[in-house]
Design a protein around this ligand. Structure first.
Ligand code: UGA
Length: 459
């Protein structure tokens, strides 16, 4: 067992909450701060507020003992050796990251900073943010010797957040002081030493090799750029395969075979080469825009990223055209939609391409009956039921009497449909699959015409 560190995590969103319970799982004491008293109360009571595997289990194990939830940032600052800032950095109107929450937290920390602390950026922030944080703290009268600002970006994905945190490919620590780097190395020692992976009953990883992850020590600015560059590169990979899927459609080739053939080259790798209806969520769209904007401000031409965004937007329009091609005209058509979340295994609908598709289809005059295993309540709050939109409580109820069924989110259960039952429920036997969940021949064998992305139509 390594050394126990007193940690404060500011912000209890996806990154903050997952980091808090995972630091506890690694043996540390954590104070998780949020300025929303209702949220703090819910977390104290064991309600994790988001749909995320393993989170309820860890929250119940550590809440009110190794993880304390509070609104009191001052007290947390005084107690902690390291303070992780994990508040939101939403997109502003110009495409930049809005850093006002980060600034407010930095100023509040400054007011309570009496002994040496390491302040760590966990939120995704543009390069140079560490310097702004430092200046904000100094401006509030704190001596430079009393703190360091580091960057420790997080690479977890929603839906697999807890296991990604505990089984990372790498840990990146950007620190310009040895003292601060040492503390962060101590915090991650349970993972980098491999100790955590030898324990009984650990949270399993998605691709567990159980080889300890490397900790890469960089300058703070490099670490800030690593996070933005990684997300932008993954988005680029997705847009690349989506562009290839257009070419496959135009030539009757099969994008799945193309992606497999490319991905077997270890320099390319097989992951994030799944074509679909475009990337979404709270990270990629915002981070690509912010990274592009940072480059512009520094006088660097990164118009490649503009192209990534253009292809992503176009992929949705191409899917709409595919639905139209399947049904001839759209006005008055009744469609079943499977999936509202931005991807499977999450109830998050922020920047969900599925919801954008639903809006586009309604604007074309379709009426929709939608089902999602976890995201209906959140969707209902932004898209209330109307004569054009109904929510069903199951897959086959959504499909009843529909002119076609559309798959918009890659939930596992949407890849295991009872095709026979579906064929009987649908008015016309048509599936338009935006996530390539099926072997086309299998769907065609069930008597259903199957449209997917970058593969020939099967009937
Ligand atoms: C992403 C990154 O993958 C994480 O490493 C990062 O930590 C996180 O952003 C963040 O910055 O906080 P996340 O947005 O949770 O994670 O989800 P992803 O699994 O990356 O999916 C993003 C979008 O890309 C989804 O809409 C998904 O459906 C789409 N996608 C993903 C594809 O269309 N094709 C793929 O092959 C992979």
């Amino acid at each position: 067992m390594g050394k126990t560190v007193d940690i404060a995590v500011v912000g209890s969103g996806y990154v903050g909450l997952v980091a808090a319970v995972c630091f506890a799982e690694m043996g540390h004491h954590v104070i998780c701060v949020d300025n929303d008293p209702a949220k703090v109360k819910a977390l104290q009571g064991g309600d994790s507020l988001i749909h995320e595997e393993h989170l309820p289990q860890l929250l119940n194990k550590y809440r009110n003992n190794q993880v304390e939830f509070t609104t009191d940032l001052g007290a947390a600052t005084e107690k902690a050796a390291a303070i992780f800032i994990a508040v939101g950095t939403p997109q502003s109107e110009t495409g930049d990251a809005d850093l006002s929450y980060v600034e407010a937290v930095a100023c509040e920390i400054a007011r309570h900073l009496k002994t040496y602390k390491v302040i760590v950026e966990k939120s995704t922030v543009p390069v140079y943010t560490n310097e702004w944080i430092r200046r904000a703290i100094e401006r509030n009268g704190v001596d430079r010797s009393l703190f360091d600002v580091c960057s420790n970006p997080e690479f977890l994905r929603e839906g697999t957040a807890v296991s990604d945190f505990l089984h990372p490919d790498r840990i990146v620590v950007g620190a310009d002081s040895e003292k601060a780097a040492r503390l962060l190395q101590e915090i991650y020692a349970p993972l980098t030493s491999g100790d955590y992976y030898t324990r009984e009953g650990i949270i399993p990883g998605e691709f567990t090799s159980d080889a300890p992850p490397p900790l890469l020590l960089t300058s703070t600015k490099s670490a800030e750029i690593i996070k933005h560059a990684s997300n932008a590169f993954l988005a680029l990979k997705i847009s690349f395969i989506n562009a290839v899927s257009s070419l496959c459609e135009a030539t009757d080739a099969n994008v799945q075979q193309v992606a497999q053939g490319m991905g077997l080259d270890t320099r390319i790798g097989p992951r994030f080469l799944r074509p679909g209806i475009g990337y979404g969520g709270s990270c990629f769209p915002k981070d690509v825009a912010a990274f592009r904007s940072v480059a512009e401000q520094m006088g660097v031409d990164f118009s490649l990223l503009t192209e990534v965004e253009r292809i992503n937007a176009n992929q949705k329009k191409r899917f709409l055209a595919k639905v139209r091609a399947a049904l001839w005209t759209l006005r008055g058509k009744k469609l079943a939609v499977l999936g509202l979340a931005f991807k499977g295994d999450t109830d998050d609908i922020r920047d969900s391409p599925a919801i954008e598709m639903v809006k586009m289809l309604i604007a074309e005059g379709c009426s929709i009956t939608a089902y999602d295993p976890a995201a209906i309540e959140r969707t209902r709050a932004v898209l209330p039921e109307s004569d054009k939109l109904r929510y069903a409580d199951g897959i086959y109820a959504a499909a009843e009497d529909a002119d076609a069924l559309l798959i918009l989110t890659d939930w596992h259960e949407f890849g295991a449909l009872d095709l026979e039952k579906l064929r009987t429920a649908l008015r016309y036997s048509i599936i338009v699959d935006g996530r390539n969940m099926y072997d086309p021949a299998k769907v065609a064998d069930a008597g259903i015409t199957y449209y997917s992305v970058g593969r020939p139509v099967a009937h």
